[in-house]
Design a protein around this ligand. Sequence first.
Ligand code: AMP
Length: 208
Amino acid sequence: MTESIVLFGPPGAGKGTQAGRIVELTGKPQISTGDMLRAAVKAGSPMGLAAKEYMDAGLLVSDEVIIGLIEERLQNDDAGQGVLFDGFPRTIPQAESLEEIATVSSVISIEVPDDAIVDRIVGRRMDPETGEIYHVSFKPAPTEIQDRLVQRPDDTEETVRARLGAYHTQTAPLADWYSERGLLIRIDGDASIEQVGASVEEAIASIS
Ligand code: AMP
């Protein structure tokens, strides 16, 4: 069993942005269930089409589908030295299943209050060519690439509110679950990308 890290937090906390830094620091590959589901939607697979309905509504995809994706992904050779889970686990049953297949050595929780999240998500844009995430006010993209930026279909205000609801009822209880196991490292995510990045680096240094 290998030692993995979980990046935990509400939608829009900056998990995707900070994941890159953790990958650089640890060499562990990032496994984002959100990215895997979006790839399945794009490929038009039956699983992707079924998942899309839940994603568009801001609801969680079933634990069974998610655990299947993770089990398959962990078979890849690059997962041998542990991975960085981003956006997984999101329910207690997912965390229980994860215990059976991988060892989690720490959980970095990026904490952001709800009222900051809606602005963050609704202004979020992605460069489809590089995967880089920007924000119309907090991290504007260079002018020359602005025309090609895309917005995620579930990044509307209405869907964000549903995603926050799912987070509070189904995902937030995992913070206590991991805290009871002595694995939770809390980071203040209500700060600039650089400040949050510095806290993430400190957290990684404390566990390496
Ligand atoms: P994310 O990119 O992590 O915000 O995920 C986008 C959407 O994919 C979520 O709103 C859920 O519908 C779905 N999703 C991603 N990861 C999970 C997961 N671990 N469990 C259930 N649903 C997920």
